[in-house]
Design a protein around this ligand. Sequence first.
Ligand SMILES: [Zn+2]
Length: 233
Amino acid sequence: MDRVTPAAFALAVFFAVTPHAPAAPKTRFPAGTKAADVDVCLQPLGKVDASVLTAVERGVTVAYGFTARSLAERPLPAAAYYKPRKRWRADKLLDHLIAEVVPDSGCDLVLAVTTSDISVTKGEHRDWGILGLAYLDSQVAVISTFRTKRGVSRRTSLMRTVKVATHELGHALGLDHDDSVTGCMMNDARGTVKTVDAETGVPCKHEREAIEANLGVDLPDVTAMDWPRVLGR
Ligand SMILES: [Zn+2]
């Protein structure tokens, strides 16, 4: 039997009333996980051009070092349709991914891609069209190419789509908006796609470090998107 000595008793009381030092933060992946072990799946919702999916896959790999692949196309879920504006509710699309796609996918993250217009309720706006949405610190994100196209070349539209993808994945990886450094991936678009044009599409150093701390995975130190590789020319 252990004996409780006065000294041990005093120690026990001391620890009982002293707040514990914070435990090491829980990371999402076990120690030793490499960035390339992280499996990001693109889920086309409705028909999406293969060249768009390929560009987004490559962009995700350049920005994060993750492995990216595309799943077979699925239809947009009827429950997400908002008839008055002919749009698809982005939060309902995320819920659909969580319920129907993530569980059997084997994917660490699922990024839905659609050409249809997507929306959320934003302040007094019942239905506000957006470029993309993700739940913070989750496994799911969704992007739409609908608002990347107006009045710009296909190349610019593709670049925007890739940047929206890495931004929304940043949210899923635990990052909130951050305007401390202009041009960083997590700058708030503030309702205009022009903000996206000013972003590099890859994590700035402080963003990369925050993701690494959350995942427990080292990411590649990249400072710019490799556009020739991503766009295939
Ligand atoms: Zn955002």
